[in-house]
Design a protein around this ligand. Structure first.
Ligand code: BTN
Length: 240
């Protein structure tokens, strides 16, 4: 189904996967106990020096799949993370496009990076970081409100069990997702969203757009009702 490469420490599982993408086969999962240069979206750091948390990257090399399906695999990953968290049980919510929050605080993030050689698509690296066993005082080093599963449940979390459940959940529906795309999970994604009907600010590169989040398209784009009454579809950016 999938193969796993495990390391004690790497600079970043995403960086490793991207560097080796040609020799890594489809559905290889790179796992590291810690990272010395963990990366988040938009060049942010991802604090990764505490073992017991999830730091992994999934290498995917799907053939003949539409670009809009590839670009929403991170939305699909967010749903898989939520499904596992719900078993603990906590109530995760998604902040578009793929931040996972519990009680408004970030518990997991996804860094999706495509690799191209010229026009040729080499593969996608889906990096997943999940706070499972963060000490309270380390969360203060994170530059946004953050939480960790152990603190929510007031007990240590078995990271091996969580990782197995997550990878099983991810790969269970993966082939179906490649065929169907975002509409397969759209209702579940909307149900788990923290932002629908809310006034939000969306960072799109250097531009910030403000409006009320109406819904999502069948391709996972955010539909925003701008103050001048127009509807805008946003495909790349983040609610902050
Ligand atoms: C974000 O929310 O900004 C995305 C965070 C992604 C962090 C993970 S940890 C494993 C993988 N390797 C990295 O360097 N980053 C991702």
């Amino acid at each position: 189904m999938y193969s796993l490469l495990r390391f004690r420490e790497l600079p970043s599982t995403n960086t490793y996967a991207r560097q080796k993408i040609k020799e890594l086969s489809d559905k290889t999962v790179i796992v590291s106990d810690t990272q010395t240069a963990g990366r988040g979206r938009f060049d942010r750091n991802w604090i990764s020096d505490i073992p017991g948390n999830i730091y992994l990257s999934i290498v995917l090399k799907p053939a003949d799949v539409k670009p809009d399906v590839i670009s929403t695999l991170s939305h699909y990953t967010a749903i898989a993370i939520c499904r596992v968290l719900e078993q603990y049980p906590v109530k995760p919510q998604i902040k578009w496009p793929n931040d996972i929050l519990v009680n408004g605080q970030k518990i997991a993030g996804i860094l999706a990076e495509s690799s191209f050689m010229g026009q040729k698509f080499n593969g996608l690296v889906l990096g997943v970081g999940i706070n499972l066993n963060m000490p309270q005082n380390f969360l203060q080093r994170i530059n946004q409100p953050a939480t960790s599963l152990n603190l929510l449940l007031e007990k240590p979390i078995d990271q091996e069990v969580f990782r197995l459940d997550f990878l099983d959940t991810f790969f269970e529906d993966y082939e179906n997702y490649l065929k169907s795309g975002f509409k397969m999970i759209k209702n579940e994604y909307i149900k788990k969203s923290s932002f629908i009907g809310e006034k939000v600010n969306v960072k799109c590169g250097k531009v910030v757009k403000s409006g009320v989040a109406q819904s999502l398209t069948d391709n996972g784009e955010l539909i925003l009702l701008i103050e001048n009454g127009t509807l805008e579809k946003i495909s790349v950016g983040e609610i902050y």
